[in-house]
Design a protein around this ligand. Sequence first.
Ligand code: RB5
Length: 157
Amino acid sequence: MTGDPTQTRPTIALGADHAGVELKATLRAVLEGEGYPVLDLGTNGTESVDYPDFGTAVAQAVVGGRARFGVLVCGTGIGISISANRIPGVRCANVHDSTGARLTRAHNDANVIAFGARLTGPEVALDALRAFLSTPFEGGRHERRVRKLSPDWERTP
Ligand code: RB5
């Protein structure tokens, strides 16, 4: 009996502004298809909204333990990542490819990834998200640096 392998998948919190709705929906569908529990904190329409509201909501879900990782999308990925990084304990990387996604997990122990839907296409974003979710933190010399970002940091198994 090996059990259901999807039960070990971490919960992913998702957030976007109006510019990121479509890419968020694409990423959400793939995550759900791969068995990740998803916490979608909106927005879900095309009405203009303010990206800090969604960056903050996802950041709080991650530091509050409701999700292991966060995924954010706005037009550039910049504003929403800035807002997430204002929440202590969040290390959000605005990423444009799978190399950045892999290295920010390995070196920064990033717990939130942000995409710019106006800059990054869905295939590239998906590759990056997969790299992000499958790369462990490397530890070692990076631990000291991560503690300078997040003084209360503890290694998550
Ligand atoms: C919204 O038009 C746009 O400013 C926002 O999605 C984002 O790119 C901000 O950084």
